[in-house]
Design a protein around this ligand. Sequence first.
Ligand SMILES: [Zn+2]
Ligand SMILES: [Zn+2]
Length: 832
Amino acid sequence: MTDTVPDNYRPEQVEAKWRARWAERGTNQPDLDRATRPFYNLMMFPYPSAEGLHVGNMFAFTGSDVYGRFKRLQGYDVFEPIGYDAFGIHSENYAIKVGLHPAELIPRNIANFRRQLERVGGMFDWRHALSTTDPSYYKWTQWIFLQLLKAGKAYKKKAAVNWCPFDKTVLANEQVEGGLCERCKTPVEQRFLEQWFFRITDYCDRLLANLDTLDWSDTTRTAQRNWLGRSEGAEILFAVAGGRTVGASAASTAQPPNRPIAGISVFTTRPDTLFGATFMVLAPEHPLVTRLTTPAQAAAVAAYIEAAASKDLVARKVGDRDKFGVPLGTMAVNPATGREIPIWIADYVLMEYGTGAIMAVPAHDERDFAFARKYGLEIVRVLSPERVDPASVPGNAALAAAETETAGYVLVNSGKFDGRTAEEAKRLITADLAAQGKGKPVVQFRLHDWCISRQRYWGPPIPVIYCDSCGPVPVPEKDLPVILPPIEDFRPDDSGISPLARHEEWYYVPCPTCGRRGRRETDVSDTFLDSAWYYLRYPSSEFDDRPFDPARTKKWCPVTTYIGGNEHAVLHLLYSRFLAMVLKDLGHIDFEEPFTRFRAHGLIVKDGSKMSKSRGNVVIPDEYIAQWGADTFRMYLMFLGPLQDGGDFREAGINGPRRFLDRVWLMVTEAEDGGELQKSLVVRWHATRKKAAEDIDGLRYNTAIAALMELVNAMKEAGSRDRAIIADLIVMLAPFAPHFAEECWERLGHTTSVFDARWPAWDEGLVVSEEIEVPVQIGGKTRAKIQLLRGSDEATALALAKGEPTVQKFLEGKTIRKIIYVQDRLLNLVIG
Ligand SMILES: [Zn+2]
Ligand SMILES: [Zn+2]
């Protein structure tokens, strides 16, 4: 035993010590009422699965935590909460699979998640941890439902909904991907059920317009824009030939047989092609079908409708199948040509889109073309790629249907509009129709109202009571929460009725209005309602008498920076925005955009392929943390690539960051005061302060870490053990390796947390004077230029070059065969 040997870096001990110290000192607990520079650093709260946190979660949380810690070092009061999104089908299905009750399973999972989250070293304020399954939380989820109900923003209707036969529940459109249930990948069916909806479509214009003002990742904004799906077009009224009811015998007694039909309304984004509309197609469910069917066609139509009803929505949406249909026997009048055109029904037209009826333009629409060919219907070309003499265009030219772009097209066979460009004609024809009262310009969105009811057990009961005398009655706010009763048999069945209906003592309840026996709503609300407002609850989680305290909300909201996965771009992020707008309109909050800045992080893959259970390549962080320590693992993950790109997890790389920390540990042990510093080292020192700050702010953690490594190399080259530089290095490392930095900080003689220190300022002039531009050549040609500090090494140059989009483009799918680096002059990459 000798005391000249410095004690080695032992992550286990260091990390346990600082976890305890943080809890003791309240290091991660900002004063929520008196903070002067509040910074709300939010990450997407996890669904607590039985498997525990996987490496993808950890990558996302660490990425957000690094940012929060950096902001704290810049002097902000950073609030970084965490919680559990623990209701929903995921949890319930897993409980069913393992034969446990979710009420038993979920607390276990949460305990495990909490242990893991603490071990990872996030700057979490545990005082404000929450779970959506806690009655003190879902009381307010139910309260929010009631506010929307009172404001007329929630309603119930029978609707065609997506039904997952495996999960035995309704899915929102957003939860259907390519016709499959996003959870279990089962083909989704169509069902008609009574459902609760939120009127998100009332907010389409605002949801779209605000996107331009948000500091969000472009990919996320684009996803929302596409999902909202704004299209400009026209609503056009096609009169029924004869202008009267036909097929009175087929019309049911429900409707007076002789009331004239005003016409059949269609929405089209292509009014310029109206002259080419040679038939109409209605969805089989269209309300006019019966009245438009002639007696001769009644049997065929009835048979067709029956067949269509047994088909699922997905099969109907698939574009490349054979199109079948039946004519109703009635004619409509094309309002432009005045010609009579036949009316058909076909299941490729869906009631839920537009008006449930289309004008078919077979010359310029692929599906209509296929349909016309199959049934020998007329095809009239009305668009031509160039200006031609209309007389030379044959009336029945069957065209390839690919002509969907309007650019460069002019109208033919379109009367007085011949020769107009398609773009001009859209406006002119719509205006012409409007003048005749046969149409009007219409803006349409693809977004539908948000179906929030689920016929399942594991969610907050929707707070409504049905009374035979009073109808649906909202549960009075004083009676909230409506507690989810503990029932043994929580499994869903195929009836479409929630399991809660089987629980009699809970189901029957006095009507709040008249006191007679009423029945509770047995549907629970969608998990996405839980998560649409959780950011409002965090700062106010200790208040039982209000969902969010006005003063706290004013101080901390909207969220300053939100980092999360883009898979939630059109679900969670859209719903949260909608709900904030409603709450603002109702006077509960004073902002309408909940997340000022949003950044989508990338994904972690393993050895080049996506992690999945079926591949067996899911990385569980625990074993790595046990072996290497949380700090090394954090650094490793953040070193994989820019946060927004994600990275490839290859075990071989982990010892690199660990060796680096070992080296810094030794430097701290050997730190010396005073002494003259070489100019080049001073420049490097300042440049590192600047570069690491800018890179962390831009979420380019990999290059920030590379800069810190380079500073260490420069010190070694200069033979320096300067205490001031080492102290700076520790501060700059702190966001990545928080326990390690705290321990080093203490060993350098400080008695307070390293997170009470400030990010060091730099001398801009000094840095700029030493910056040079170095060309990056690929295959002998200059493709980009990078800003380097004089004397930078190859690794730094390469890391910077790889961050350039143009370089990335050239490297995609290629391997770098050779790197030629001439310091301060040139980086040349040979690829193959
Ligand atoms: Zn499913
Ligand atoms: Zn009543």
